[in-house]
Write a protein that binds this ligand. Structure first.
Ligand SMILES: Cc1cc2nc3c(=O)[nH]c(=O)nc-3n(C[C@H](O)[C@H](O)[C@H](O)COP(=O)(O)OP(=O)(O)OC[C@H]3O[C@@H](n4cnc5c(N)ncnc54)[C@H](O)[C@@H]3O)c2cc1C
Length: 414
């Protein structure tokens, strides 16, 4: 019933929704016009960076965490330049087997909007949509799980459309005078060496930074589809946990756009898994996409128990790159906002920022060990944990759900 052609949107989108809905697959330019990193005007950092407005601060990566840091620093009076590898702002694009594409997605996360807005210093609510319930299918059994009142959850659109969180942050950054240099990938060791000290790196799940700087990581394999239609009906989020992946698969929708992703870290998806998820979505929910694409989701900062780091070599890290993503369910939006502020703070108060970083990410190691348990006992541990969690949900959700999300960096701590 919900059939729409798969959709790939251009990276920089001034495109109204109507045009995007023509269903045509658009490919991004395959070659980036690389600019010499030296052209990005920066000072040498160091001593000159004592007061306000004495330096142009470079930030690499123009999405949630990078833009949050940029807005905060610009508000403090700094000149900020954001360097982005793609030709515009547009959410978590990945390098794919078929070439680079930008995709749209609805990201869901628990988030106390007032608190997080106060924390970062600007209103986060405009691009968010409240979400009351999620359908979870755990090892074949279906559960409709409602979020209790004390767990406000939201969906945000990701991608290059005007209605996305990414574009909302971009507009705010532009309003604050932040400068952007697009088509400027910082990829190799040599590129990084050209950046001044205290450059903020916000390159998310893209692998170049991890490899160039030797940050432990694990690869993620995905299978993805997108579509646009006025109303998708049914629940806004449907999540599948099963023996086909050590992670999970989900469908989510916001503003008429929907995405479905099956993924697994560390091990490529089997042909059986790729057949299973599209079939389940169609048989259970009537959701069908015309095209499914193998996706290199990128890498995750979960190669070691020591992964989270605010400082690495001469750089300040933020967002997913800094390890601000919970290792089990991989919620990254909340942490990206929180860590954007911490990165901005790190420029003037390293010690204070480090303390804040540790406080916000306090449960990361515990969550990492939980994940290891799932991997070593797969599929039995996952089966048991998910079925138990779901069967007991009606008894504990009002009291405990709030605390079961403490693994999300910053949740209940902003
Ligand atoms: C398919 C998918 C679904 C997800 N769903 C959810 C969800 O439902 N809920 C949730 O909370 N989280 C979700 N996440 C995780 C979340 O999207 C990320 O954690 C979040 O986007 C991280 O933000 P970030 O600021 O760290 O970087 P990103 O959003 O990854 O952005 C990094 C930016 O840096 C740029 N960049 C990268 N490398 C370079 C370079 N070498 N030079 C210059 N620029 C560069 C990129 O082009 C990009 O603009 C999902 C992730 C994916 C991939």
């Amino acid at each position: 019933m919900f059939c729409r052609p798969a959709l790939i949107l251009p990276t920089v989108d001034e495109t109204p929704l109507g045009q995007a809905m023509d269903g045509k697959i658009r490919r991004l330019p395959s070659e980036c016009r690389c600019v010499n990193i030296k052209k990005v005007s920066t000072n040498s950092g160091g001593d000159e960076r004592k007061g306000v407005n004495v330096s142009k601060i470079p930030i690499v990566g123009a999405v949630i965490s990078g833009l949050t840091a940029a807005i905060i620093l610009a508000r403090e009076g700094h000149e900020v330049e954001v360097i982005e590898r793609r030709d515009g702002v547009g959410g978590p694009a990945r390098d794919m087997e078929t070439g680079e594409r930008t995709y749209v997605m609805a990201d869901g996360t628990p988030m106390e909007l007032e608190k997080i807005s106060k924390y970062v210093g600007f209103d986060i609510s405009p691009p968010t949509m409240p979400i009351r319930y999620t359908r979870i299918v755990a090892f074949g059994k279906r559960y409709d799980t409602y979020f209790p009142d004390n767990v406000p959850a939201v969906l945000v659109e990701r991608g290059p459309r005007e209605s996305s969180l990414d574009m909302y942050l971009y507009r705010l950054a532009v309003d604050h005078g932040v400068k952007f240099t697009f088509n400027a990938p910082v990829k190799t060791r040599k590129d990084f060496d050209q950046l001044p000290p205290d450059t903020i790196l916000a390159t998310g799940l893209f692998r170049d930074t991890y490899e160039a700087l030797g940050i432990p990581h694990v690869r993620v394999y995905g299978y993805i589809a997108f579509g646009l239609r006025e109303n998708w009906g049914g629940p806004p989020v449907v999540l599948y946990i099963d023996k086909y992946t050590r992670d999970y698969a989900f469908f989510s929708t916001i503003n008429g756009m929907a995405g479905a992703l099956l993924f697994q870290r560390g091990i490529p998806l089997s042909a059986e898994a790729k057949e299973w998820f599209p079939r389940r979505l169609m048989e259970d929910e009537g959701i069908e996409f015309l095209e499914w694409i193998p996706l290199d989701v990128g890498v995750l900062p979960m190669g070691s128990l020591q992964n989270p780091r605010l400082f690495h070599e001469r750089f300040i890290l933020t967002g997913t790159l800094a390890g601000f993503q919970d290792p089990v369910l991989l919620f990254g939006v909340h942490g990206a906002l929180v860590s954007g502020k911490i990165a901005a703070m790190a420029l003037r108060d390293r010690e204070g920022a480090q303390k804040e970083f540790d406080r916000m990410n306090r449960f990361w190691k515990l969550s990492f060990l939980n994940r290891k348990f799932v991997e070593y006992t797969f599929p039995y541990g996952l089966h048991l944990a998910s079925r138990l969690g779901m069967e007991l949900y009606p008894y504990y959700y009002k009291y405990l759900s709030r605390y079961s999300f403490v693994f999300i960096p910053g949740w209940l701590r902003v």
